[in-house]
Design a protein. Structure first.
Length: 245
């Protein structure tokens, strides 16, 4: 048996992060002078974490957060994470999953999904809201005993909704509020009063002269209100945990 290979196996066990200590013994097999048993003894340690946060800010109000991370989910060696955060102007939920040994030679594969809702009108910053959905897929490839290359692919969809009092730079005004189907029409007299009865007409018959559009369109008028972003990321990592040197 190779003493170097046995020691490397012990180091790899300890590098997993599931054990605080790992020892190895190699007793001879009874009746066989040329055979040994390789016996590992390990001490388990916590492989997960639970975090909660509570705070307050003048603009954001009460800030709540809960995060769960398990690096050895149900004893499978897989990593699972869940996070929920909420404040006056933003809510966010995310979930991640990673299989560090997707293949026998140590290639990892994982994914994450998330949702984020932001309403800047709640903190009087701007009159618009955003809803963002995202997902990502990642792979890791071992290139040396303690080094890895990572590749991730992500997609994110964001929808922007202008508020009723959005500034000109966001959306040109005036503009019709969604859900309004009709308008009232009546005759104005010289003294400033209106003749009754008022006539209800469909909004499609509203004359163009009733609205005066500004000369400069806003951001949403020029670019739309839905945006899709793709990302590709590469990384290199080196772990010095329990290198056995």
């Amino acid at each position: 048996a190779s003493a170097a290979a046995i020691e490397q196996s012990r180091i790899r066990l300890q590098r997993l992060g599931f054990f605080s200590n790992a020892t190895v013994e190699t007793p001879e097999v009874p009746g066989h002078d040329d055979l040994i048993d390789v016996e590992f003894e390990v001490e388990e340690q916590s492989s997960g974490s639970i975090g909660a946060s509570l705070g307050y800010a003048q603009d954001a109000g009460v800030i709540l957060g809960v995060n769960l991370q398990q690096n050895n989910f149900l004893g499978s060696g897989k990593r699972v994470g869940i996070g929920v955060n909420s404040s006056r102007f933003q809510d966010q939920v995310n979930f991640s999953y990673t299989n560090p040994y997707f293949t026998e030679d140590g290639v990892s594969r994982g994914f994450n999904v998330y949702y984020r809702s932001t309403d800047l009108n709640e903190v009087n910053v701007a009159s618009y809201t955003t809803d963002t959905y995202g997902a990502g897929l990642n792979f890791g490839y071992p290139i040396k005993e303690t080094e890895r290359l990572g590749f991730s692919f992500g997609v994110e969809s964001t929808e922007i909704t202008a508020g009723r009092f959005a500034v000109q730079e966001i959306r040109s005004s005036p503009w019709l509020i969604e859900g309004i189907d009709n308008f009232y029409e009546s005759t104005r007299q010289p003294d400033g009063t209106f003749l009754a009865p008022e006539v209800i007409r469909p909004i499609t018959e509203l004359p163009d002269s009733a609205l005066t559009m500004p000369s400069e369109p806003g951001f949403l008028d020029e670019n739309g209100d839905e945006f899709l972003n793709w990302t590709i990321t590469t990384s290199w990592t080196q772990s010095t945990l329990n290198r056995g040197q």
